[in-house]
Design a binder for this molecule. Structure first.
Ligand code: PMP
Length: 360
């Protein structure tokens, strides 16, 4: 069965060997006569799958029991709300770095529920085409929230040493989670929708420093929106997204087998193949500041919208798919997540050069 060159921004491509393992176990998980989708989340068998996923995540992130790893439904959007609701107590201020649509949404959600907020930095002045390098943290800051990779605009904070260290750091890592090593201990809370780098849609990973949470959380929140509910119940207060978490476990094993350093090295090489074409061309134009460009979502424009349409259509003939830009910004975008094979990036780079030759 032939697979396409999948550059979808999300849900994105998953490792083929993981999909094959899922296929193998779909009807009868490890010969037990039922699918993962059909078993109780409280069964011993599923408990093993879930715990193994949590433990693998901790090993990959190099954290111990001082962090809780939970999996929640509701997508990263629900985390925009939960981070603000749980972690901005009265008198404290949520600080936000605005670098695109998702960062804006997190900020607006905090305002919507009446929390005090402060914009620490924004790149809205140039339509989010670059990343701010200086951050203004307010007095009584509850946390500093940022988005590590801006999926729509194609920028990525590749060096987290630039953030102030005197304020708890919260990060939406949805679109570059586990694409490179991170020093997890710098973060008080990390959240990431699974559907780009670590699994199918339906589960959002939340990694919380337990001490930070205990000392800063707001009490008495609605049950399902209170992190405490899910931390205390080990994500089993209600039915978790069982199938997604199972696949995440397999993807984490796939990542662990290679090591995050290798994953990062491959991601750099893959992105380079496509950026090289853009850099050596006056036909393609990158949309972001050179030093801020993302290794996950490569955004570029062609000389006209007509050519962009033609480019996307002709690419499909070579089974290159998912390269239209986000509907809000247009243009083109190639998402080269962890599971995207180098071969696909080579095919796209080759196609870009051919298309330029013919259409220039
Ligand atoms: N944050 C980032 C960085 C994203 O890329 C996305 C989705 N593309 C979201 C948040 C929203 O995620 P969800 O659809 O899971 O709510």
């Amino acid at each position: 069965m032939e697979r396409i060159h999948n550059f979808s921004a999300g849900p994105g491509i998953l490792p083929e060997e993981v999909l094959l393992e899922v296929q193998q176990d779909l009807l009868s998980y490890k010969g037990k006569g039922l699918s993962i989708m059909e078993m109780s989340h409280r069964s011993k068998l599923y408990d093993g799958v879930f715990n193994e996923t949590v433990e693998t995540m901790k090993r990959v992130l190099k954290v111990g029991d001082d962090y809780a790893v939970i999996f929640l439904g509701g997508g990263a959007h629900t985390q925009f709300l939960m981070t603000a609701m749980n972690l901005i107590p009265d008198g404290k201020v949520g600080n936000y770095i605005l670098t695109g649509e998702w960062a804006e949404k997190a900020y607006k959600e905090a305002k919507k529920i009446g929390k005090k907020t402060h914009v620490s930095a924004t790149s809205e002045d140039k339509n989010y085409s670059y990343l701010p390098k200086k951050f203004d943290v307010s007095a009584d800051a509850a946390f500093l929230h940022y988005t590590s990779n801006n999926t729509i605009f194609g920028t990525e904070f590749l060096d987290d040493n630039i953030f102030p260290t005197n304020v708890p750091l919260i990060c939406d890592m949805s679109s570059d989670f586990l694409s490179h090593p991170i020093d997890t201990k710098k973060y008080s809370l990390i959240y990431a929708g699974a559907q780009k780098n670590i699994g199918p849609a339906g589960a959002t990973a939340v990694i919380i420093n337990k001490e930070f949470f205990a000392n800063n959380c707001v009490a008495g929140l609605p049950t399902m929106l209170d992190y405490k509910t899910h931390i205390d119940a080990g994500s089993m207060y209600n039915t978790p997204p069982t199938f997604s978490v199972y696949v995440i476990g397999l993807v984490l094993k796939w990542i662990e087998k290679q090591g995050l350093e290798t994953v990062q090295k491959n991601n750099i090489e893959k992105a380079k193949l496509i950026y090289n074409v853009i850099d050596n061309s006056d036909f393609y134009r990158g949309t972001t500041a050179f030093e801020d460009r993302s290794l996950m979502n490569i955004t570029f424009r062609l000389p006209s919208e007509e050519l962009e349409k033609k480019f996307v259509e002709e690419a499909k003939l070579l089974k290159i798919d998912g390269i239209a830009g986000h509907r809000k910004v247009g243009g083109c975008r190639a998402s080269t997540y962890n599971a995207s094979p180098k071969k696909s990036c080579e095919v796209l780079a080759e196609f870009m050069m051919d298309f330029e030759r013919v259409n220039k």
